[in-house]
Design a protein around this ligand. Structure first.
Ligand code: FES
Length: 135
């Protein structure tokens, strides 16, 4: 797990708090890492050139394991979406919405993500929890 400071950094959107969690290169394509942000474990995934962040807690087992899950994709209305399967009971969650694909009443919290090309490299920032509502 990537251990980071719990301090927050103001960015271009002042009402949000952002925390730099790692370099993009720290996350192998198609996999996830776990970051501790403000005392919460957050699973950060790099899939298909995109970065997603959601709670590391599998709600079905109450274990912090999602960052170690297998990623994949599925198709909805012709659109490719991305998912992760929990390594324990294999429940799958949409990486963008956090919704469980086998039980839509269950949702894992998701977080805003920024990827910045700051020197000396490309870094990943995690922001506030994202509910999917309009900005
Ligand atoms: S915390 Fe290491 S690159 Fe941001």
């Amino acid at each position: 797990m990537t251990q980071i400071s719990t301090s927050t950094t103001s960015a271009s959107t002042p009402e949000l708090h952002w925390t730099c969690v790692c370099a993009l290169g720290d996350i192998l394509p198609g996999s996830g890492v776990c970051a501790l942000v403000g005392g919460k474990q957050i699973a950060v995934f790099r899939v298909a050139g995109r970065v997603f962040a959601l709670s590391n807690l599998d709600p079905f087992t109450n274990a912090n394991v999602l960052s170690r899950g297998l990623t994949g994709s599925y198709t909805v209305d012709g659109q490719e979406r991305f998912k992760v399967a929990s390594p324990l009971l294999k429940h799958t969650f949409d990486l963008e919405s956090g919704v469980c694909l086998s039980d839509a009443s269950v949702r894992v919290p998701t977080y805003r993500v920024r990827v910045e090309n700051d020197l000396p490299g490309t870094r990943v920032w995690i922001g506030d929890e994202w509910t999917g509502s309009a900005d």
